[in-house]
Structure formats: structure tokens, C-alpha cells
Ligand binder design. Structure first.
Ligand code: PEP
Length: 248
């Protein structure tokens, strides 16, 4: 049985004052059964976020890491550095990084390998653009991204896959439940082809893109949706807490 996962991506939002939201979140969900809670704040907050949440139900993670262990990479952070700051997971290949930083599947793959080798849970993101969906290419696009971004030997203990249609991120637009189900069933089948049924059944598939308190429950009822990766609605406990409750 896969544990559910409510993951929050704060993106480039939050300073020390917003750490109070983590404490409020932990208070609202003291012992979530069968559900994991992950918040990925900006790297500047990681170690303070880890201090704030230590011993409680909320885990913290990074939003990116470099594929190399160390070296001349100004401004970058290695997976081991995130771990050292208190992270247990890292988001990789988010569409904003793929678009803003030219991250290809090969780059995301190298980062995922580094993250897993360092002991982090790799949350690998993929998803189609609106143009690709309208051209009927959704499954081939996400299939290619999955094949190219997910490392050999991955398992439920090391990998989470987040399906995030690019056109649904931060836009208030959400695919139909049928569209979400179609992609999640496809991703599960692709994972099964690659890793075998037993391993594939252990890998959690998150949906991401304009998840809100008002639509979380119906999305979580879709087959093969094991939780959500949430941007805007993860910034406050008031918004994120009902999303977690919809999973519990
Ligand atoms: C995201 O950034 O991964 C995301 C899904 O954002 P939002 O929930 O704001 O659409």
C-alpha cells in the first residue's frame, strides 16, 4: 500500500516570517496516518525549516540540486548539502526549471541519480505544454520525459513522480479528472513495463497544477493519484491543511 504524499513547493517565496506556517501545519496534522507531508521552501530557509519541523509530521525538501557532488558551480547546491541542511527530498525537473534553466531530461536524470545516491527522495516532475496537449501528444511527451528523467534502479523508497501539466501550473486551470486518470494510469503502466509490477506499485504518482482546497478531494479520488505537488496553495497552513486533510 502506497503512503499518500502532500508536497508543497514554495518556489521563490518566503522569508523567515513564513516559517510560522510550518509550525501551524504541524499543529493541524499532529499524526497523519498513511500520509506524508513535505514542504520545499527556498534553499535559504531549508535549515531553519528543518529546525522548525524536527520531530513533527512535516518533512522538508529542496527545489533543485546539482548533479555534481561539489566543485566550481557558483550558486548551485549539491544533494549532500540539501541533506546536510535537513532535507529528506528534492524536487527535480520542475517545468519552471526545465523552461527557465534549460533542464533537459538528461540533466534531470543526472540530478535524480545524484539525489538518490545522497539519500534524498527524488520528486521528478514531468508534464505537457498546452500546445502538446492540443496536438494529442500528451502521453508521448510524458512517456519520453519519464523514460529520460527517471534513473535505473529507482523504487518507491527513492522516487516520486509528479505529473504537472505546464498549462495548469499557477493558472487556475485543471485537466478533467478523466485526463488526470488517463495520464496517471499511463505512467503506472510505463513504470510497470520498466521496473516490473512490484516496484512500480510502490512508486507514488502525484498530480500537480492548481490544486486547491476546493478541488483536492475529487483529484485524490482519481485512480493512481497518490497525492499532490502544490505550489500556491502550499504557502499558508490555512490553504494547505485542508488539502492534506483530503488525503488523510
Ligand atoms: C507547482 O509549482 O508545482 C504547482 C503545481 O503550482 P500551483 O499549485 O500553484 O499550480
Amino acid at each position: 500500500m502506497r503512503r499518500k504524499l502532500a508536497a508543497g513547493n514554495w518556489k521563490m517565496n518566503g522569508t523567515g516570517a513564513e516559517l510560522a506556517e510550518l509550525a501551524a501545519l504541524a499543529q493541524s496534522h499532529p499524526a497523519p496516518e498513511g500520509t506524508d507531508i513535505l514542504i520545499c521552501p527556498p534553499a535559504t530557509l531549508l535549515s531553519r525549516a528543518a529546525d522548525t519541523t524536527r520531530g513533527g509530521p512535516v518533512q522538508v525538501g529542496g527545489q533543485d540540486c546539482h548533479a555534481a557532488a561539489s566543485g566550481a558551480h557558483t550558486g548551485d547546491l549539491s544533494a549532500a548539502m540539501l541533506l546536510d541542511a535537513g532535507a529528506s527530498a528534492v524536487i527535480l525537473g520542475h517545468s519552471e526549471r526545465r523552461a527557465d534553466h534549460g533542464e533537459t531530461d538528461a540533466i534531470v536524470l543526472a540530478k535524480a541519480e545524484a539525489a538518490i545516491a545522497a539519500g534524498l527522495l527524488a520528486v521528478v516532475c514531468l508534464g505537457e505544454t498546452l500546445e502538446e496537449r492540443e496536438a494529442g501528444k500528451t502521453l508521448s511527451v510524458v512517456g519520453t520525459q519519464l523514460a529520460g528523467s527517471v534513473p535505473e534502479g529507482a523504487s518507491g523508497a527513492t522516487l516520486v513522480v509528479a505529473y504537472e501539466p505546464v498549462w495548469a501550473i499557477g493558472t487556475g486551470k485543471v485537466p478533467t479528472l478523466e485526463q488526470i486518470g488517463e495520464v496517471h494510469d499511463f505512467l503506472r503502466a510505463e513504470l510497470t513495463n520498466r521496473f516490473g509490477a512490484e516496484t512500480a506499485e510502490g512508486i507514488r504518482l502525484l498530480y500537480g497544477g492548481s490544486v486547491k482546497p476546493g478541488n483536492a478531494a475529487e483529484i485524490f479520488a482519481v485512480s493512481n493519484v497518490d497525492g499532490a505537488l502544490v505550489g500556491g496553495a502550499s504557502l499558508t497552513a490555512a490553504d494547505f491543511s485542508p488539502i492534506i486533510s483530503a488525503l488523510e
